[in-house]
Design a protein around this ligand. Structure first.
Ligand SMILES: Nc1ncnc2c1ncn2[C@@H]1O[C@H](COP(=O)(O)OP(=O)(O)OP(=O)(O)O)[C@@H](O)[C@H]1O
Ligand SMILES: [Mg+2]
Length: 229
């Protein structure tokens, strides 16, 4: 593997603290566990939470080992991914949407927007998706992932409907907020490595839905900088 075009997945949002980094790490771990070579690019060079998390993971000796790099720009992340000959580059975007968000989206074969369930969370997510599509990003490449969610099936279904009515794909499984996931992150783990089997099972279902969405995306052409294909 390696050497071919790198699959690029972006995790971005309008709001901060919605689980971009947690999602990026989860996908990096799941892809690495499938035998893919993965680079996780932490674009939030000030917070660098994914870089810090990677340090905790390495200290704990967890497998698979993950490559996490501090990248100031998307261009630099792409360059590092090519140099490392990885199969997949995951872009963990900065806390809030800014000029770089469009660069992340433009480079991404799939762009994931994590969102909470309330209208206060969904509206900024959909607005960001609209901004990106107005700038030329193909709406089919955008997936909204319901994260840090409550557990009420009706509330989740309502949120999924909101996303679908706005014209975007809502990932099929929501990721509930649990202390056990927080603890896993604190220990350098991802949600599918949480200590409790029921938490792991739920996270596996969540991750599987996203990996399937990513796999269904046609790869961007090299010269297609804004995901129009
Ligand atoms: N499903 C979950 N259950 C419990 N805690 C969670 C869950 N998902 C994420 N968290 C926690 O929520 C906090 C914010 O998550 P994270 O850092 O991934 O968000 P972010 O969008 O990357 O934040 P920022 O905008 O600051 O970059 C972290 O403490 C993380 O461990
Ligand atoms: Mg983050």
């Amino acid at each position: 593997m390696g050497g071919g075009p790198v699959l690029v997945v972006g995790c971005a949002s309008q709001k901060g603290g919605v689980a971009k980094s947690s999602l990026a790490r989860l996908l990096a771990r799941e892809m690495a566990a499938q035998g893919q070579r993965v680079l996780l690019a932490d674009l939030d060079v000030r917070q660098a939470t994914s870089l810090e998390w990677a340090r905790r993971r390495a200290e704990a000796g967890l497998r698979p080992e993950l490559q996490v790099a501090r990248c100031e720009t998307v261009k630099n992340a792409l360059k590092q991914a090519r140099q490392a000959e990885v199969d997949c580059l995951i872009l963990d975007a900065r806390g809030f949407a800014d000029a770089q968000t469009l660069e992340v989206a433009g480079a991404a074969d799939a762009l994931l927007i994590p969102s909470g369930l309330a209208v206060d969370d969904l509206l900024p997510s959909v607005r960001l998706a609209h901004e990106l599509t107005r700038a030329g990003i193909a709406p089919a490449r955008i997936g909204v992932a319901l994260c840090r969610a409550g557990d009420t099936a009706g509330e989740i279904a309502e949120a999924a409907r909101y996303v679908a009515e706005a014209g975007y794909h809502c990932l099929p499984v929501a990721w509930p907020e649990r202390a056990g996931y927080r603890r896993a992150h604190d220990e350098g783990r991802v949600a599918t490595e949480a200590r409790h089997p029921s938490l792991r099972g739920r996270a596996e279902a969540f991750a599987a839905g996203i990996l399937d969405f990513i796999a269904r995306q046609p790869r961007l052409k090299k010269d297609d900088k804004h995901g129009r294909s």
